[in-house]
Design a binder for this molecule. Structure first.
Ligand code: SF4
Ligand code: SF4
Length: 113
């Protein structure tokens, strides 16, 4: 009886660790806290952070495909504007939607010029 309990517990832990490994954590910048000081760009060894123009404003963004998750941006941000979140289907879709809207606005602005 004891042995089967141990086997079940180990199997449960294995399943949990597989789920944890599938979670993808990403670094993101909270634009409401960011003051555009640029210190995170200077600190990033992977050149994963860039300042881009959005709705006529400059915002800082992290490219998760370049980020090596070293944490130096968080250490160097004095304003607590960088956090680690779990990347989910929902926030991937939300980001894509925002990017598409921005692209549409930029195209309109360029056509108007
Ligand atoms: S260090 Fe922080 S406040 Fe400065 S640009 Fe980066 S995220 Fe924004
Ligand atoms: S965690 Fe490291 S690699 Fe990723 S954005 Fe921050 S400084 Fe750059």
């Amino acid at each position: 009886m004891k042995r089967s309990l141990v086997i079940v517990s180990v199997a449960f832990m294995l399943v949990l660790s597989v789920f944890a490994a599938k979670k993808k954590l990403i670094h993101v910048i909270d634009t409401s806290k960011c003051v555009q000081c640029g210190k995170c760009i200077e600190a990033c060894p992977a050149k994963a952070i860039k300042a881009i123009k959005k709705d006529g404003k400059i915002v800082h963004e992290i490219d998760p495909s370049k980020c090596i998750k070293c944490g130096l941006c968080i250490e160097n941000c004095e304003f607590g504007a960088i956090k680690i979140i779990e990347q989910t289907e929902e926030n991937i879709k939300e980001k894509k939607k925002t990017e598409d809207e921005d692209k549409g606005k930029n195209d309109k602005e360029q056509n108007a010029q």
